[in-house]
Design a protein around this ligand. Sequence first.
Ligand code: P1T
Length: 388
Amino acid sequence: MAKKDKTKQAFETRTIHVGGEPDPVTGAIMPPIFQTSTFVQKAPGVHQGYEYTRSHNPTRTRLEECLASLENAKYSTVTASGLSAAMLVMHLLPKGSRILVGDDVYGGTYRMFTTIFHERHEFKFIDTTDTKQTQKEIAEFKPALVWLESPTNPLLKLTDIKSVVAAAKKVKSQVLVDNTFMSPYFQNPMDLGADLVLHSMTKYINGHSDVVGGVLMYNDKKLNQEFFRLQNSIGPCQSPFDSWLVLRGLKTLAVRMRAHEQGAMKIAKWLEAHKQVERVVYPGLKSHPQHALAKKQMSGFGGMITFFIKGGVKESKSFLKGLKLFALAESLGGVESLVEHPAIMTHASVPKKVRESIGLTDNLIRLSVGLEDIDDLINDLENGFKQK
Ligand code: P1T
């Protein structure tokens, strides 16, 4: 599954070695944590490239080098959270910009767009699974930016990134893809023509549920200067220790993603055959309406499953109560399995009417399949279904 770019080392090698060079001063094989707020200058303005940790920090620089490489981008900017990466993009766009957004995005992203930046920019939410309609909207609305999540959170809908990019180029729109659900291991939107990629590093990239972080990846040098200016002026920087933890977590990204996917595929098939399940959504299932696109644009299907339990809130709550291994918590992408109820939890900030119009109903349950033994996980889910 490793992506073999002949001009580069394989993905697995880069996760370990890009930004992972031994410390030149001591030879330490693991990078030092530069846990410092400031850097001493020899004379005013005479320094060794680092002045103050809000602006730059050597541990964060290592992480940025590695992440840019993994998304096949030239640059990356690491931020304090996924949402603060989104915030930088919102500040980057000139006031009054038009932004076309997929209609099923993370609830926090939706909240930021509709309650914080709605006065600065003009947002239009559409179903981007319909490629022709999306291309038509782009031609007519002429957005400055097209904001996609693919697969979406939580309905796991896909967008044909290449086709959307082609339409966007015609009207000089930029395309950003939030690639959090696939991680750079299973999908590289830059290779499909996207201008910007965003990740909540809190999820698969770090992978151990002990850090909150975000990252933007891109090729444009001017953007790098702009994101630096914004990050430095607004301040959402990640701490050196958190950057170090992500560097550590990243080393196993490829093996983790393969294992997440293996487990998710088994569980998705098992759920599909379960009599208490109305419908399962997983891009790796033949029943996924965009399974063909998933195979074309991603190199795997990931570890996230969404399913509709027969019944409503009552049945969902009984199921959740019966689980022991799947922890009831927001977030995803960690080594441990998580479960959540999007309508009450991660997407509660999306108005009920909007949720229902896109199919985010009260019997929808989202699983983040961790790395525990699959039979143990299936037993746990069966106990959930048995719970009264
Ligand atoms: O939580 P934070 O690191 O700020 O990332 C925000 C974010 C951005 N994009 C996607 C696709 C996300 O899923 C998230 C965060 N999501 C959750 C916390 C969740 O449970 O869905």
